[in-house]
Design a binder for this molecule. Sequence first.
Ligand code: SF4
Ligand code: SF4
Length: 134
Amino acid sequence: MGAEQKNTVDQNRINRILERQETRMKMYLSHCVHCSLCAESCFLYMSNNRDPKYMPSYKVINSLGKMYRKKGKIRMELLEDMKEIVWKSCVLCQRCYCPVGVDIPAMISLARSVCRSQGVFPGFDEAGNMESWL
Ligand code: SF4
Ligand code: SF4
């Protein structure tokens, strides 16, 4: 949990962040044909015994995809659920290859921006070190 954790979300702020890239992100979401090719190039997917939760397409559908589907009407509990996906299950290394040009890291990055705007991000331990996710 981030240090600035709040109990309620700022709906307007979330919508402003989502709207800025809405056309591009919705195009990516609609272009994904769920072929799973990107998964083979994601080291987190490969190093976690091909756990479907680490598939790039799963990660965007269950983070940014949900944010757009819900038209930004997101509860804090849902953002907390997404925290693991956007911070732990992706390191934005940009290695995932998509033949139709879906930019997975850009999508995860935007989902992180939404989470961060609401105080949802990895916390720090007593020594001030960032919570380790890997
Ligand atoms: S993001 Fe691209 S490579 Fe990955 S499942 Fe969708 S279409 Fe296939
Ligand atoms: S950017 Fe994220 S989804 Fe893509 S290969 Fe890296 S860790 Fe996997």
